[in-house]
Design a protein around this ligand. Structure first.
Ligand SMILES: Cc1cc2nc3c(=O)[nH]c(=O)nc-3n(C[C@H](O)[C@H](O)[C@H](O)COP(=O)(O)O)c2cc1C
Length: 368
């Protein structure tokens, strides 16, 4: 520092100028130093019984790389590449189907049979070897299934799915009765048991992007009048809570359970931010360890927004629960990720498509 020093000669002027430049250069360098400036991104976080090394998460992204539903070499190589460089605190795998009638797409991975366990073991092994914990995202597509045409389509109510309808696909599902609900709940639990048997650290229950549990959550698709009623948040979250409780009972307290909540439909009459605190509180009471926030029937993309598209919704989730909240959507750099954490919009940040483009991005973000 030069404070208090008077400038007496040209030489000293030059010296002063150079020092000012040095100070400025230092300031610029400091602004880019990840380990000092990306403070929260680099801070470990306890989620359930796991200690995550960083706040960056690989969110679920379907690879569509299997023809027979089983994990194969292509899938293992892909997850190895995404986790090898470091920087990630957690991986949430792509969604896997819990029963054949709930298959979302022809090349989706299956968790519907015990033959899935061997592949899941290898998948967990690859990701663990790179020092990252992994949870399996489990899903039933409900009225958004692309199962064989002969397979009966089911949903909470006989309503054409608005997300499919927007793509010109109009399938009228049969409304599930209580036996269907119990059977599907059981399929989620069996899938979680398979994940645990394979050495995965937990599961994520998919209740977003228009799939079955989102169909229960959205007042646009849930027209039920029984205890799963679409008229209250309690009814709209009952099945998710039953699934969480049942998985907790069978898989134990150290098995991480996350819920991915499609927190708002962004459609008239759909789910909205005001519902989120109560939903989050209910998931916590049911035994969840973490809440992941994304879109509902609108899907996972919202255009013309700042990075962290669903940040109002993740903030709403934080208002209802002490559980760690993960926010994903449009985040591509360390500055915005850190800012969202600093502003307490979320505790964890998902990096999806940007990680597809650059496998080393998380490592760069925390070192930057
Ligand atoms: C190719 C692709 C596949 C996806 N598959 C899933 C999925 O299986 N489950 C899920 O919950 N979200 C899925 N998503 C949504 C992502 O998890 C994420 O929410 C979305 O890409 C927005 O985040 P981003 O802007 O960081 O990419 C998928 C997204 C992409 C691009």
């Amino acid at each position: 520092m030069f404070s208090g020093r008077s400038v007496k000669s040209g030489h000293e002027d030059a010296f002063l100028l150079e020092s000012v430049i040095d100070e400025k250069t230092e300031a610029v360098c400091d602004a880019g130093k990840g380990s000092e400036n990306m403070k929260i991104l680099n801070t470990p976080l306890k989620v359930g019984s796991l200690e995550l090394k960083t706040r960056l998460v690989m969110p679920p992204m379907a690879t569509e790389k299997t023809a027979d539903g089983l994990v194969n070499g292509d899938i293992l190589r892909y997850y190895d590449e995404k986790t090898r460089s470091g920087g990630l605190g957690l991986v949430v795998t792509e969604h896997v189907y819990v029963s054949p009638e709930g298959k979302a797409s022809p090349r989706q991975i299956s968790a519907a049979g015990d033959d899935a366990v061997e592949g899941f073991k290898k998948l967990a092994g690859v990701i663990h070897r790179n020092g990252v914990p992994v949870i399996l995202q489990i899903n039933h597509a409900g009225s958004m299934t692309q199962a064989d045409p002969e397979t009966e389509k089911i949903s909470c109510s006989a309503v054409i799915n608005p997300r499919f309808a927007a793509r010109g696909i109009r399938i009228l599902p049969r409304a599930m009765d209580i036996e269907d609900i119990e059977r599907v709940r059981d399929c989620y639990v069996k899938a979680a048991v398979r994940a645990k048997a394979a050495g995965m650290d937990g599961v994520e229950v998919h209740s977003a992007h228009g799939y079955l549990l989102n169909q229960f959550y959205s007042p646009l698709t849930n027209l039920r009048e029984d205890e799963y009623t679409g008229a209250t948040v309690e009814g709209r979250t009952r099945l998710q809570c039953e699934i969480i409780k049942a998985i907790r009972e069978v898989c134990g307290k150290d098995f991480l359970i996350s819920v991915r909540l499609g927190a708002a439909d962004h459609m008239p009459g759909g789910s909205e931010a005001g519902d989120v605190p109560e939903a989050a509180e209910r998931f916590q009471k049911a035994g969840a360890d973490m809440i992941s926030i994304t879109g509902g029937l609108c899907g996972f993309i919202l255009k013309d927004r700042e990075q962290g598209w669903f940040s109002e919704l993740s903030e709403a989730a934080k208002a209802g629960t002490e559980l760690p909240v993960l926010l994903t959507g449009g985040i591509t750099d360390a500055y915005h990720a850190e800012k969202l954490l600093e502003e307490k919009k979320a505790d964890l940040i998902g990096i999806g498509r940007a990680l597809l483009t650059d496998s080393e991005l998380p490592a760069k973000m925390i070192k930057e």
